[in-house]
Design a protein. Structure first.
Length: 74
């Protein structure tokens, strides 16, 4: 990581959530000792899956790995 010539690129390429110990948002602790605080991960995961399913269904995108984006027409 040394010498750091581009701090943003260094963080983006070498950083990951496990390196973050504590996060405060608007003065409220949301991550402490590397663990999210007051987050119901199973409930959040279920909401995200429901959202993904609703969006992909509306867009007609299958989730079985067969969808390929169409090239842009010129």
């Amino acid at each position: 990581m040394f010498p750091v010539t581009d701090p943003v690129a260094t963080i983006v390429s070498a950083g990951h959530p496990g390196l973050v110990d504590t996060v405060l948002v608007a003065g409220r602790v949301v991550k402490r000792d590397g663990v999210l605080v007051d987050v119901d991960l199973p409930a959040l995961r279920a909401r995200l899956v429901e959202s993904r399913d609703r969006i992909t269904a509306a867009a007609g995108i299958p989730l079985d790995g067969t969808w390929r984006p169409q090239p842009e027409s010129e």
